[in-house]
Ligand binder design. Structure first.
Ligand SMILES: Nc1ncnc2c1ncn2[C@@H]1O[C@H](COP(=O)(O)OP(=O)(O)OP(=O)(O)O)[C@@H](O)[C@H]1O
Length: 311
C-alpha cells in the first residue's frame, strides 16, 4: 500500500447536524466551518458540548443526521473510505496497548499508513524522541501509566500523518514537561501544511499554541475567533487575600467586584487598578487584617465561564 499521499484541501462543514437515535437533543446543530491546510484549530467547550461528535463525523465513524462534510470537492459523508485516507483521529479513550510496546504500536500504524519497514521504524523513533518517551519505548503497554498511554496514542495518531489530524484531548494525564512537547509537535504538523483540530479544555494552551479556536455550546458554534481575542479578555488579574477571622477591613478595596469564601477575599482587577490594590493589600498585612495574598492573571476557567454563561 504505497499510493501517493492525498493532497491538502480545505475541510468544510456545511450545516452539520447530529441527533443520536436515543440521545434526544441534537449533539451538533447546523455547524458550518471551514478548516484550511496549515491551521491549528482548538475545539473547546464544556463536557457534552459536542466536540467528539464533530470529530467522529469528520472521520466517518458517526454519520451526520443532516448536512455535509467536504474535503475539497469531495463529500466525506458520501465516501467514508476517503475520510479514513485523508484523516486520522486520536480518540479520547486510550488505544488498546495490551501485549505491545509503544515502539511496536507506533511502527505498526506507520506501516499501515504505507511506510516501508525502515521508514516506519525511523518515524516511530523520531516521535518517541519528540515526545521524550524513549525510556518506555520497549515497555509492555499494560505496564504504562495513563500519561504514557496517552502519549503513545498521540504518536499512533500522528505518525506518517495524513492531511487532516483530529486529536481529542491529547494532553490529558500528561505531565507538565511533556504537554508543551505535544503542542510543539502539533504546531510543526500545522506548519508542514496539515489541518490540525485539537479538542482541549486548557485555554492557556489554546492561547499559546493555536491559530484559531472554536467554542461549542450545546452542539452549536458559539465563538470562532483567534486566541488573541481570548488574550484581550484575560488581561485582568485576580488578587486573593487571606483575611484573619473576624478582622476589620480598614480601607475600601480598590475594585468593586469581590467575594469572600472561607476567609478568602478575591478582587478581579483591571490592569490600572493593580498598583492601588497592592498598596491596599500591603496595608491589610501591616495592620494584621490579612495573613497573606497572591496576585495572579485571572483564571482562564473564569473567562471560560464568562464566555459561556453570558449567552
Ligand atoms: N453514542 C451516543 N449515543 C447517544 N448520545 C450520545 C452519544 N455520544 C454522545 N452523545 C451525547 O451527545 C452530546 C455530545 O457529546 P460529545 O461526546 O460529542 O461531547 P463532548 O463535547 O466531546 O464532551 P466531553 O468534553 O465530555 O468529551 C452529549 O449530550 C452526549 O451525551
Amino acid at each position: 500500500m504505497t499510493s501517493a499521499p492525498p493532497r491538502a484541501e480545505a475541510l468544510s462543514l456545511d450545516q452539520v447536524t447530529k441527533t443520536y437515535e436515543r440521545g434526544g437533543a441534537a449533539a451538533n446543530r447546523a455547524i458550518s466551518l471551514t478548516f484550511q491546510p496549515g491551521e491549528l484549530i482548538a475545539l473547546i467547550g464544556h463536557n457534552g458540548a459536542g466536540k467528539t461528535t464533530l470529530l467522529s463525523q469528520i472521520i466517518g465513524t458517526v454519520k451526520p443526521t443532516s448536512g455535509d462534510i467536504r474535503y475539497g470537492p469531495s463529500s466525506l459523508v458520501a465516501a467514508p473510505d476517503l475520510a479514513r485516507r485523508i484523516a486520522s483521529m486520536m480518540p479520547q479513550m486510550y488505544a488498546p496497548l495490551t501485549g505491545v510496546t509503544p515502539r511496536q504500536a507506533i511502527t505498526s500504524i506507520a506501516r499501515l499508513r504505507g511506510l516501508s519497514v525502515a521508514d516506519a521504524k525511523r518515524a516511530a523513533l523520531d516521535l518517541i524522541d519528540a515526545l521524550d518517551i524513549g525510556e518506555w519505548k520497549d515497555t509492555g503497554g499494560e505496564k504504562l501509566s495513563g500519561g504514557l498511554r496517552r502519549l503513545t496514542s498521540y504518536a499512533m495518531a500522528v505518525v506518517a500523518p495524513p492531511p487532516v489530524l483530529l486529536v481529542d484531548e491529547p494532553t490529558n494525564d500528561v505531565d507538565p514537561v511533556r504537554r508543551p512537547l505535544i503542542w510543539r509537535h502539533l504546531r510543526r504538523l500545522a506548519d508542514d501544511g496539515h489541518t490540525v483540530v485539537v479538542v482541549t479544555h486548557n485555554l492557556l494552551e489554546v492561547q499559546r499554541a493555536a491559530d484559531r479556536y472554536v467554542l461549542l455550546q450545546n452542539g452549536a458554534v458559539l465563538v470562532d475567533n483567534t486566541p488573541r481575542q481570548l488574550a484581550q479578555q484575560v488581561r485582568t488579574a485576580a488578587l486573593t487575600v487571606s483575611v484573619r477571622p473576624g478582622a476589620e477591613i480598614p480601607l475600601t478595596p480598590p475594585a468593586a467586584a469581590h467575594a469572600v469564601e472561607d476567609g478568602q477575599l478575591t478582587l478581579d482587577l483591571e490592569p490600572a487598578q493593580i498598583p492601588a490594590a497592592i498598596e491596599w493589600v500591603l496595608h491589610l498585612v501591616d495592620t494584621g487584617a490579612a495573613d497573606s495574598y497572591s496576585l495572579a492573571p485571572a483564571s482562564l476557567e473564569t473567562l471560560y465561564e464568562g464566555i459561556t454563561n453570558g449567552r
